[in-house]
Design a protein around this ligand. Structure first.
Ligand code: GLN
Length: 380
């Protein structure tokens, strides 16, 4: 394997989902719903295939989808973007992240990430030859350590990668924190790459796109996807939104990574993004009920549960159960209890961090969540 990927193992999500199957454990690990996306979106996909929308799409997105993304972004942020000049459709947000990094980062550029972070960030930054600087967000509230951020920005810092609502912690960056990041970026001429795939799963506060803050659109790439919002994680439809001078790099990288994204699924995604606001309200309500079941359940089992404001994840401290670290706790949980969680130490640059934390997801039907809680109550 190439040196730039040597240190990365099989992704933790793949490892844990395989173990779930092997041990017949209830999978509250990898974040994918065990229920299906809405009928009207699935019907639109079938129709698109029947209508012969089956050849290569326009490289940066089918025009109707770029338009639907621009309209949704306008509704959400008040920003007006040109559908064809400021948006690139990608194969999931993971590709948007990769295309953004590969398209805008030179070898040796410094990029700041907040740990714990989604595992693809570090691997893709490594592929780009970037120097990764980590800043740890600490429990209980995972607040932004602004002084540390200030001290870690150097003349070589090219970008800060943020994720709000934040996987795995459920933290949402507050307006004050985003303002602080924004002024540091403007002052030091730094870009922001903002992963907002959980924007519609915001429970405790309103989601804010950093691109909408004064002076920020011109230095931000906003990335999102369909998977979480429409419970269609297997469709792999994502996108990046940025001003012309930045999207050009993203578009170039995308052209040579995947060239174009699945045509019929893009057409169906138009139907999804044109859904009325009531769809999003319903989604949030459903998820709130699931969240309540899991959070109350985990508390009653005896975990210390950290507050999660958004995403479909919640992070807990497993140490009351006496296992030495997160990996051994998760192994025990799979084999002896029959439930899968994700160990969080893999989301840090330093694997000695996060050893007391594990992540559970509540993107499962209520019965599955109750059964998982039941098993933990009985066997932990
Ligand atoms: N984003 C999802 C999670 O954090 C899974 C992504 C993946 O499996 N690569 O669980």
């Amino acid at each position: 394997v190439a040196k730039r990927l040597e240190k990365f193992k099989t992704t933790i999500f793949t490892q844990m989902s395989s173990l779930a199957i092997e041990h017949g454990a209830i999978n509250l690990g990898q974040g994918f719903p065990n229920f299906d996306g809405p009928e009207f979106v699935k019907e639109a996909a079938i129709q698109a295939i029947k209508d012969g929308k089956n050849q290569y799409a326009r490289g940066f997105g089918v025009p109707e989808l770029n338009k639907a993304i621009a309209d949704r972004f306008h509704k959400d942020t008040g920003l007006t973007v040109h559908p064809d000049q400021e948006i690139t459709v990608t194969s999931g947000c993971t590709e948007a992240i990769a295309a953004t990094i590969l398209g805008l980062i030179n070898p040796g550029d410094e990029v700041i990430v907040f740990a714990p972070f989604y595992d693809s960030y570090e691997a893709t930054l490594s592929m780009a030859g970037a120097k990764v600087t980590g800043i740890t967000l600490c429990p209980p509230d995972f607040a932004l350590p602004i002084h540390e951020l200030k001290s870690k920005i150097s003349k070589n810092t090219r970008a800060i990668l943020i994720n709000t609502p934040h996987n795995p912690t459920g933290k949402m960056f507050t307006r004050e924190e985003l303002d602080q990041i924004a002024s540091l970026c403007i002052e030091n001429d730094v870009l922001v790459f903002s992963d907002e795939v959980y924007d519609k799963l915001a429970f405790e506060m309103d989601h804010i796109s950093i691109a909408s803050l004064p002076g920020m659109y011109e230095r931000t790439v906003t990335m999102n996807s369909l998977g979480k919002t429409f419970s269609l994680t297997g469709w792999k439809i994502g996108w990046a939104i940025a001003p012309k001078h930045l999207i050009w790099g993203v578009k170039q990288a995308h052209s040579y990574l995947t060239f174009a994204t699945s045509t019929p699924m893009q057409h169906a995604s138009v139907a999804a993004l044109r859904a009325p606001d009531s769809y999003y309200e319903e989604l949030r309500k459903d998820y709130q009920a699931k969240k309540d079941i899991l959070v109350e359940g985990l508390k009653s089992v005896g975990f210390k549960v950290y507050p999660s404001s958004g995403t479909y994840f919640v992070v807990v401290d497993h140490t009351p159960f006496g296992l030495p670290d997160d990996i051994s706790f998760c192994e025990f949980l799979i084999k002896e209890v029959g439930v899968v969680a994700i160990p969080t130490s893999v989301f840090y640059l330093d694997p000695n961090e996060g050893k007391n934390l594990v992540r559970f997801t509540f993107c499962k039907d209520e019965e599955t969540l109750k059964n998982a809680v039941g098993r933990m109550k009985e066997r932990l």
